[in-house]
Design a protein around this ligand. Structure first.
Ligand code: BG6
Length: 490
């Protein structure tokens, strides 16, 4: 869809004094400005509780840009961009503050603008902000479009997500809502579909006949840092699995959609999630692992004796024709050895070995790895005959690296793409309400099972390790092992 450049586009960011705005949103908008990709005339209004003036707001955002990005900072470009930025100190629950916003919008463009409201506030304020926007008549679309981007977490379980969807739908139509998952803004994540569906050589072997199992790892080196209090109420399943890891799972497992249109893509993703077999109470002990890094309990804001998991590993099966019997192992954790997000497809070994092999030796299975970050690329391994041997074999790599092909700085920040898509009305990379609910249907029983059975026990792992030993045993039981194929090999 083409952007409508005939009107001013106003970005209103709720929670503008928070971290997300400083680290991600303003840098993304500024970079879009540098690339001349923003709609012709843009304004950015920050709305938050801190009592900042316009000048203080601009200074904070400028400092954030310098601290958190590697953008080449050009003073004159910043001045130009910042001259369209302003700030309203206000409460998310106070209708009169939304009237102030309404007057400002009215003064700036006579109300005749397109508007993207971005909910980057703490999630508990989402319902208030949306109903206040409605009451101040800020979302009706007479003059220009009105869209709302909703950050994650979207609810904390199925019931609260459904309630939030109902609240939102009282004020907005579904096509005005953009539920964001920044993983979908990553180039390497979008490339999963291109890799699978623009290459005829991979898709025919992308199924239970050839694939032994799939591993999806999203490992972080950082801990919970300054978000300890928030994180302690959330934990790794809500923070990473319900959204990011499930998005990756659907992209790996989905059928090819007939068109590249938002609802066609979302329908295929939902079919995958609907076919994932829930891990119910009798499998929680065998199919899940939970861990907490040593030192987590000492963080300020973490409850004494907190049982919040900062690491989890799950085994899912997808009950459909393509994937029957293929385990999907998903793991994510904080304070692990290395930051890496990767999808490993482990193929089956050849069905019959005709080569003479030493006792106890087998052929190494082929591996295809999609490295999502930070060492973006795709690696495959295949077997070759070692020269001058009878039939000695060695696994050798075949690599594609983004940095080599497209240059070091070719990959934009995820938020750039997503902000632009939302402003252009393209919802393909945003999550529809039913997908959010399907995700919670898979996560809720695990969270409840952990709380009720106390099993599997919460394992402790050392910061800087690859997570609890129990997670390795869990793989070893099935004769498999976790793999890290991207970045520095360990
Ligand atoms: C966020 C989580 O959604 O994703 C954070 O709330 C996590 O806890 C972050 O650190 C990871 O994002 P990325 O892009 O660094 O992999």
């Amino acid at each position: 869809m083409e952007a409508d450049y005939s009107k001013i586009t106003t970005f209103v960011i709720f929670g503008a004094s928070g971290d997300l705005n400083r680290r991600k949103l303003i840098p993304a908008l500024f970079n879009l400005h540098l690339k001349r990709r923003l709609p012709g005339q843009c304004r950015v209004i920050g709305f938050s509780t801190r009592k900042w003036s316009d000048e203080e707001y601009r200074a904070q955002m400028r400092a954030g840009l310098k601290e958190f990005t590697e953008l080449k900072f050009e003073e004159s470009e910043w001045e130009n961009f910042a001259s369209h930025m302003s700030y309203i100190p206000g409460s998310f629950s106070e209708q009169s503050d939304f009237q102030t916003l309404a007057s400002k919008l009215q003064n700036q463009a006579d109300g005749d603008d397109n508007r993207l409201y971005y909910l980057a506030s703490p999630p508990r304020f989402f319902p208030d902000i949306i109903s206040n926007l409605g009451q101040a008549d800020l979302v009706s679309e007479g003059n220009g479009w009105r869209r709302v981007v909703v950050e994650k977490p979207f609810g904390r379980d199925l019931a609260s997500a459904q309630e939030l969807n109902r609240t939102i739908h009282r004020t907005l139509n579904e096509d005005q809502i953009y539920r964001i998952d920044h993983y979908l803004g990553k180039e390497t994540v979008q490339n999963v579909m291109v890799f699978r569906f623009a290459n005829a050589i991979f898709e025919p072997v992308w199924n239970r006949n050839y694939i032994d199992h799939v591993q999806i790892t999203v490992a972080e080196e950082v801990g919970v840092e300054h978000r300890a209090k928030f994180y302690d109420h959330v934990g790794v399943l809500r923070d990473m699995f319900q959204n990011h890891l499930f998005q990756l799972l659907t992209l790996v497992a989905m059928e090819p959609p007939a068109t590249f249109e938002a609802n066609a893509l979302r329908n295929e993703k939902n079919k995958v999630l609907s076919a994932v077999r829930p891990i119910l109470s009798d499998q929680i002990e065998t199919d899940t692992i939970r861990g907490q890094y040593r030192g987590y309990l000492n963080k300020e804001g973490v409850a004494q004796n907190s049982k919040t998991a900062t690491y989890a590993a799950l085994r899912f099966y997808i009950d459909n024709w393509r994937w029957q019997g293929v385990p999907f192992f998903l793991r994510s954790g904080k304070k692990l050895k290395q930051k890496t997000s990767e999808i490993v497809i482990q193929y089956k070994r050849p069905p019959h070995v005709m080569f003479p092999m030493a006792e106890g030796q087998t052929i190494t299975a082929n591996i295809m790895t999609i490295c999502l970050q930070p060492d973006e690329g795709i690696h495959a391994t295949f077997e070759v005959k070692v020269p001058d041997s009878d039939v000695g074999m060695k696994s050798v790599p075949m690599d594609f690296k983004y940095a080599e092909v497209f240059g070091e700085s070719a990959l934009p920040q995820a938020y750039e793409r997503l902000l632009l898509d939302a402003a252009q009305g393209d919802a393909s990379l945003f999550t529809r309400s039913d997908q959010i609910e399907l995700g919670w249907q898979l996560i809720d029983p695990i969270i409840q099972g952990w709380a009720q059975n106390g099993k599997p026990e919460l394992a402790t792992y050392e910061p800087g390790s690859w997570g609890p030993k129990e997670a390795d045993d869990f793989m070893a039981l099935g004769g498999r092992r976790w793999r890290i194929e991207c970045g520095e090999q360990t």
